[in-house]
Design a protein around this ligand. Sequence first.
Ligand code: HEC
Length: 168
Amino acid sequence: MRRFLLLVLLASVCAGLARADGAGNPAPASSDSGEYYDKDGNPTYKIGADGTVDWFTFIGYRMYGANCLQCHGPDALGSSYAPSLVDSLKSLTTQQVQSTIINGKRDVTASQELVMPSFGENKNVMCYLEPIYVYLRARSDGALGRERPVKHEPKPDGWEKKVDSCFG
Ligand code: HEC
């Protein structure tokens, strides 16, 4: 029994160490107004043992569904003409992901036409840039399954004000 517990402990420590993406180790190191940051200051997710997700991951799930799903597929797994973001985020940094969303990306050749629109002028995306990023980060790390997150942390104080002032 003791040995079993030790193995379980070792396995979970290893899983913790193995979990890293293009932005590095996603473990939350600080938080502010419901948003979590890793040790490098990049936005990250926090998912409790019972599956409760942080507010940003929950909002990101919804905004991904509204703005990105039609091309990148349900659950960010990709489609016939846009890549799987679950795969892409394994190697892209926070900066790279966010600048692709802001500026778009295109790869047009004789045999294919891949166009990622730029969302820099689209407030429905720009006002939720960090929530969308942390949702994708959690999906890419395998920390979040394919389903809609069932439980989430409460809406942080000042959230609506922040969104309203972004929409201006
Ligand atoms: C109209 C379809 C379309 C929509 C909507 C769209 N994308 Fe894309 N996206 C693409 C295509 C196509 C590519 C590949 C572009 C290329 O390879 O040059 C891409 C590439 C990307 C990449 C870079 C992937 C890599 O491996 O370099 C990221 C990150 C990304 N999209 C995120 C998003 C997010 C987040 C949203 C929602 C806010 C979104 N996209 C909405 C079509 C779309």
